[in-house]
Ligand binder design. Structure first.
Ligand SMILES: *Cc1c(COP(=O)(O)O)cnc(C)c1O
Length: 398
């Protein structure tokens, strides 16, 4: 018997749950793209995206996913033959490195594995060793979604500053923005990238590249910025047609407008606090369950754990069986493990992730945890007692 009919919950780390107001905003005929409402909306989007990233500087919008923003950020700042430094803490850091290589950029990787945050001191040492100044940017993943790892960007900034090296600091905030605290200007980040489908609660397809004055100056050095990726026209909503590099992604624009209204109404500090509290409820349950079975956090230290996604492992029965039960019987879809083992290998079945980003509240979290408890009973998964009680206490204390 299945109990999955009703409103399902896609608890994967992006795309995230879309609010009803975001869905409704797209339910309309195509607008004129040359004049009228859509032109004015673009300006308000630029303003509100900058608020969400905590920056006074610029943002360029692209019709692309997160991978496109990786390419865009580099196309404006680093030339073929120059070097970027990548402290790698999982699949997404390597993804950005691959994009850089594709652009003819030399990549220097500092490997931290899959379950360790990066060590700013190692970045400091690599920059000090670069006496010729070949390194033009440090590509940091704020939250590496594969392992649920939250890296310390202010500590990285301090390490770069200690060397006096003038490499740009770039941060991948696709998973973290609007979920984990991120303050672009206060933290001294030169370029931050994000995309629409995670904390921004909008369908995949819009990419955001935020850039400060030092990155804008670096753009001036580049002999040939590929036209589509050039951030100069895209940061200026007055140049409406160039701003989108062609036809505006009309319905995404309306959807994003509705999502930004929700973000403005709640306030970014309150949103971060909500993510923190709900993440802690999930962690409390998992900690209790883990006392008597194989369920484990990929990142044991909460100081380096993302508030947007939690990466876990579970063996015999493995996580793949848990995920299948939840989807078929309970209407909950958990994320697969990513980058932890070769895709398709038996080991890969032992990893999974819970997405808890964006449009998420206490009853959704208790629902996901309650159905995981039911799956434990159904599949006879050994686990410690008291997981739901522990989660309820964290929520009650809010
Ligand atoms: C989701 C994600 C991306 C890539 O986004 P796509 O839209 O799938 O290209 C990049 N970096 C991080 C950290 C992500 O979580």
């Amino acid at each position: 018997m299945s109990l999955s009919n009703g409103r399902t919950y896609l608890a994967i780390p992006g795309p995230s749950v879309m609010p009803d107001s975001v869905l409704r905003a797209m339910q309309r005929p195509a607008p004129n793209i040359y004049e009228g409402e859509i032109v004015g909306v673009a300006e308000t989007i630029t303003r509100d995206l900058k608020r969400a990233a905590r920056t006074e500087h610029d943002v360029a919008l692209y019709i692309c996913n997160g991978h496109g923003t990786w390419e865009a950020a580099l196309a404006n700042t680093v030339q073929p033959g120059e070097t970027v430094l990548v402290p790698a803490t999982g699949r997404f850091a390597h993804g950005w490195a691959e994009i850089a290589r594709g652009q003819g950029i030399e990549v220097q990787i500092i490997e931290f594995g899959k379950s360790t945050p990066f060590d700013p001191a190692a970045v400091e040492a690599a920059l000090r060793a670069d006496t010729a100044g070949k390194i033009k940017a440090v590509l940091a993943t704020h939250v590496d979604t594969s392992g649920g790892i939250l890296n310390d960007i202010p500590a990285l900034r301090a390490a770069i500053d200690a060397t006096g090296h003038d490499a740009l600091l770039m941060a991948d905030c696709v998973a973290s923005m609007v979920c984990d605290r991120f303050e672009m200007d206060a933290w001294g980040v030169d370029v931050a990238i994000s995309a629409s489908q995670k904390g921004f609660m909008t369908p995949p397809g819009l990419g955001f590249v935020f850039f400060g004055p030092k990155a804008a100056a670096a753009r001036g050095r580049i002999a040939n910025v590929q036209r589509y990726w050039d951030w100069v026209p895209r940061a200026n909503p007055q140049m409406f047609y160039q701003y989108w590099g062609g036809t505006a992604p009309t319905h995404h624009v309306f959807a994003l407008r509705a999502a930004l209204d929700l973000i403005n109404d709640e306030g970014i500090e309150a949103i971060w606090a909500r993510h923190d509290r709900l993440a802690r409820a999930i962690w409390a349950a998992i900690k209790a369950w883990g006392q008597g079975g194989s369920l484990r956090f990929n990142m044991p230290d909460t100081a380096f754990r993302s508030r947007a996604v939690t990466a876990l492992s579970m063996q015999s029965p493995d996580a793949a069986r848990l995920r299948a039960w939840l989807e078929q019987k309970a209407g909950v879809t958990l994320g697969i493990g990513l980058g932890m083992a070769d895709p398709g290998s038996p080991e890969a079945d032992g990893f999974f992730r819970i997405g808890h980003m964006g449009h998420l509240n206490a009853h959704m979290v208790m629902g996901v945890l309650g159905t995981i408890q039911a799956a434990f009973e159904a599949l006879e998964v050994p686990h410690g007692p008291g997981g739901l009680d522990a989660a309820a206490r964290v929520i009650a204390a809010a």
